[in-house]
Design a protein around this ligand. Structure first.
Ligand SMILES: Nc1nc2c(c(=O)[nH]1)N[C@H]1C(S)=C(S)[C@@H](COP(=O)(O)OP(=O)(O)OC[C@H]3O[C@@H](n4cnc5c(N)ncnc54)[C@H](O)[C@@H]3O)O[C@H]1N2
Ligand code: MOO
Length: 400
């Protein structure tokens, strides 16, 4: 079970991970949530033939034949003209308004000359109808959004246009975050000379929220099996994510602590750089535990590679990551024995192609590099040297 490939480790973490529950939320609160039920239209949109322009509704057969039309009424958005249109008649019409029965042409007002209750048109060749057909956007019975899609502002507008005030969505996975280590002091505190500010849990909490989880931040635990066990014991969550204490040192005590809570270890280490000590298991009460290494880059890269898909699966969404392809901006030496996910800067070259430039220093302790990166670049384990221009797999990082 040591040094599983990234693929194998991910599939073990996803094994048995499925939607945790379903709840109804008001439409405005649904952004970021995963649909639990298809949205099927029960009404067509637009519900009627609608004018696309401000102008005059007439019969196409009259166009260029009738010289002056009798104005018989008005159709505005929300206030239809209810009579059928007869030969030689015109109805004043506005954008979005129902086209009267019998009319099949809207002449734009720029081409019309009105004189009291009559209107005439400068006749051209076969003018555009300027009519949006009923059901042109969607029809009753159309599946508009499928269960498993994440609601974003664009999909929200479709759900609203279908008249939904409430959506049935997956319950958000509850995730506890536990930072461990005697050396950690919260930002704002007063670190001793041998201490550092705790940074990992803040970005992790923000990522988890962005990926649809609900964060419960536990107070950081000291390097003791008792403290770590006590911190996790009563956390009412679906998943515990620990930071640090994952490796083999005398003070790497998270796994021993979780063993006291009945840890069934499913991933012990992963052939990934950074993040080899990343581990995963189930506690005997059913909670899942993901152990991330303490080095900030190891924690965040492995959160992208493993935690994000796991949260998707626990929400009923597709766990596939949005990998891309880009060209290397510069040559790279042969890769080591672990699949390497390098922090990189993306750019567009003179030909409009996406390029990626991995930062020269990929040390996993560097927080500064991460703050400048906007993509991860993958080098397969044991890959030969790569040349500038070679295509590589990428994982874009969402940046504000
Ligand atoms: N003999 C070996 N030593 C190490 C191995 C190994 O295989 N054999 N693996 C190395 C690798 S790779 C990594 S990655 C690290 C991971 O170690 P841990 O998960 O046990 O992490 P810690 O030792 O607790 O911390 C590492 C580093 O990160 C800092 N840290 C920890 N938590 C936070 C936090 N929340 N915010 C900011 N910084 C944090 C911590 O102070 C350390 O500097 O192990 C290698 N060693
Ligand atoms: O694999 Mo560790 O995450 O490089 O430092």
């Amino acid at each position: 079970m040591k040094n599983l490939t990234v693929e194998e480790a991910r599939s073990r973490m996803l094994d048995g991970a499925a939607r945790l529950g379903v709840e109804a939320v008001a439409l405005p609160l649904a952004v970021g949530r995963v649909l639990a039920q298809d949205i099927v239209a029960d009404r067509r949109q637009p519900p009627f033939d609608a004018s696309a322009m401000d102008g005059w509704a007439i019969r196409r057969a009259d166009y260029g034949v009738v010289e002056t039309f009798a104005i018989v009424g008005e159709s505005a958005a929300g206030r239809a003209y209810s009579q059928p249109l007869e030969e030689g008649q015109a109805v004043r019409i506005f954008t979005g308004a129902p086209v009267p029965a019998g009319a099949d042409l809207v002449v734009i007002q720029e081409e019309a000359t009105r004189e009291r209750d009559q209107v005439a048109f400068a006749a051209g060749d076969s003018p555009k109808a300027n009519i949006r057909p009923a059901g042109g956007d969607f029809r009753a019975g159309d599946r508009l959004l499928e269960a498993g899609v994440r609601i974003d502002p664009w999909r929200l507008s479709l759900a609203a246009a279908a008249g939904r005030a409430e959506l049935s969505v997956a319950r958000r996975p509850k995730v506890a975050i536990l930072a461990t280590g005697d050396e950690l002091v919260a930002p704002g505190g007063a670190p001793a000379p041998d201490q550092i500010f705790e940074s990992g849990s803040f970005s992790l909490a923000a990522l988890i929220e962005a990926w649809g989880g609900q964060v419960i931040k536990l107070a950081p635990a000291a390097d003791s099996v008792e403290a770590i066990t006590a911190a996790v014991a009563d956390a009412a969550v679906d998943l515990v994510v620990t930071i640090g204490g994952a490796s083999v040192g005398d003070y790497d005590l998270v796994k021993p602590a979780m063993t006291r809570l009945g840890l069934d270890l499913r991933v012990q280490t992963i052939a990934v750089r950074p993040g080899k000590p990343t581990w995963f298991g189930h506690l005997d009460d059913g909670r899942r535990v993901l152990g991330l290494p303490g080095n900030p880059a190891s924690a965040l890269v492995c959160a992208e590679l493993f935690l994000r898909p796991l949260l998707s699966a626990l929400s009923g969404a597709d766990p596939a990551l949005p990998f891309g392809v880009a060209r290397l901006a510069a040559a790279l030496p042969a890769a080591g024995p672990r699949e390497h996910w390098m922090r990189a800067a993306r750019a567009i070259d003179a030909e409009g192609r996406v390029t990626v430039a991995p930062f020269p220093d990929q040390d996993s302790s560097l927080v500064g590099v991460f703050a400048r990166a906007d993509a991860l670049v993958m080098r397969p384990a044991g890959a030969p040297p790569a040349a500038a221009g070679d295509l590589v797999t990428t994982l874009p990082l969402a940046r504000a």
